[in-house]
Design a protein around this ligand. Structure first.
Ligand code: PA5
Length: 437
């Protein structure tokens, strides 16, 4: 595979080579702590070798279950929140047609895809249940802890619906739970009802679980070749397991964002020019926010879709407070060459670009934005992904998880806990008078 490359030339005017090179020893220490499992949160490092260590028999079971559900369903509901859904969503958006759910069954080659349990809006659940009527439905419910309220409540409604439609036993054959192997309420429920189960590895936290059944099962059901996803991740594990800035771009990415943070940058905007990367942006936000945002530290990660957001956020990016860096994710390959037609007469005055591809214009927008923003004082990085394929989805998510873990160690925080997330829950449960368990 061609490597995913970090182009850091747009940060050159903001980070001196001396500073960058003087940080290399500390990045090496972070790398050694990660691989030697001596850093904070080291009980949650199973994801690091997972692309190699995932049991092939479990993978074969996963693809068989996925095939069965794909063939027997028009609709798949994936229930989960945070790390228990964003990875699958990122993969589905990157790899499927933007109009997947609208495609006819023959073209789609997999069930329509619906998400639930990622919030508690009742209108959404009511509309979803109506939408499922008349379709053959399968459900994947994902929660590592098995106690998270949002997916727990969504599953209550959807399980009830499934039992009313199919009867308890038949419904159970259409439901798969992905949860902890040994404990948790979802595991107990799945055992009691006889659902098929897949395990989230104990040593992998939610936001590092995209390459486990958490991400792979929903993707396999909608027809993504998940063997290829894992192949790409295996390649990335090897390539980004090497030492030094020269070859390992996760080192350089982690180091540059760290130096910029120390120089007063407070926000990292992950930008892209392709709506199929919206899901990846949301996954990136949770990965970096939950990993780094603690102890009063951390870059605030946001995700922006250009050129859409250039017509809203673009003003701030260009001239607002200078505390932002941008990291672009760019596909090198044009996925769908569309040549701009000439028209006569040229009423919209666009004939000057007729004959060129739409992708070329999008690229010029990216280059123009890069130039303008750097001039405006925004350090700019670009992650070049050769192709938008299943392999590169695996490689890209691995690349970002590795960068995030290194970057968190540079910052001196534990990337694998999220103590702050509990605060809102404590208040909410008090307001709901939840009994002590
Ligand atoms: O990264 C994390 O740990 C979180 O985003 C979790 O994935 C999220 O809170 C969902 O947790 P659970 O899978 O236990 O329902």
């Amino acid at each position: 595979m061609e490597p995913i490359r970090l182009d850091d030339s747009g940060a050159a005017g903001f980070v001196s080579p001396q500073k960058l090179f003087s940080l290399e020893d500390r990045v090496e220490m972070a790398h050694r702590a990660l691989h030697g499992k001596t850093g904070p949160g080291n009980e949650y490092l199973e994801w690091l070798d997972w692309p190699e260590t995932m049991d092939p028999q479990e993978m074969a079971r996963l693809t068989a279950v996925a095939r069965h559900l794909r063939e027997s369903s028009d609709a798949l509901v994936v229930i989960g929140i945070g790390g228990s859904y964003l990875g699958a969503r990122a993969g589905a958006e990157m790899l499927l047609s933007p109009f997947w759910n609208e495609l006819s069954g023959k073209v789609r080659r997999g069930p329509r895809l619906y998400w639930a349990g990622h919030h508690m809006d009742s209108r959404y659940i009511s509309a979803l249940l109506k939408q499922l009527d008349g379709q053959d439905v399968s459900v994947v419910v994902i929660s590592k802890s098995g106690t998270t309220i949002e997916p727990g409540l969504a599953f209550r409604f959807i399980h009830k619906y499934m039992m009313e439609r199919y009867g308890r036993e038949k419904a159970a054959r259409r439901i798969v739970a992905v949860t902890d192997a040994k404990k948790g309420l979802l595991r107990d429920l799945a055992l009691a009802e006889g659902f098929e189960r897949f395990s989230i590895p104990a040593g992998t936290g939610g936001r590092y679980s995209v390459l486990t059944p958490v991400g792979l099962l929903p993707l396999a059901i909608v027809g993504v070749d998940v063997q290829k996803v894992l192949e790409g991740a295996r390649w990335a594990r090897k390539w980004y397991g090497t030492m030094g800035y020269t070859r390992n771009d996760t080192w350089r990415y982690a180091a540059i964002r760290h130096l910029l943070y120390r120089q007063g940058i407070k926000l990292e905007a992950l930008i892209h020019y392709d709506p199929s990367l919206r899901g990846l942006g949301a996954w990136f936000q949770q990965l970096f926010a939950e990993s780094e945002g603690k102890g009063g530290k951390g870059l605030f990660p946001v995700s922006l879709q250009y050129t859409t957001d250039l017509h809203s956020m673009g003003q701030y990016l260009q001239e607002g407070e200078r505390h932002i860096m941008e990291t672009a994710v760019l596909f090198d390959e044009d996925r769908s060459p569309l040549v701009i037609p000439a028209t006569e007469p040229d009423r919209d005055r666009l004939n000057y670009i007729a004959g060129r591809t739409l992708e070329e214009v999008n690229q010029k927008a990216a280059q123009g934005t890069r130039e303008a923003h750097i001039k405006g004082g925004v350090p700019y990085l670009a992650i070049h992904v050769p192709q938008a394929t299943a392999e590169y989805f695996g490689a890209l998510t691995y690349f970002l998880m590795k960068t995030c873990a290194l970057s968190s160690y540079l910052l001196g925080v534990n990337p694998f806990d999220q103590p702050g997330v509990e605060a809102y829950k404590t208040h909410m449960f008090r307001l709901l008078n939840r009994p002590e368990s």
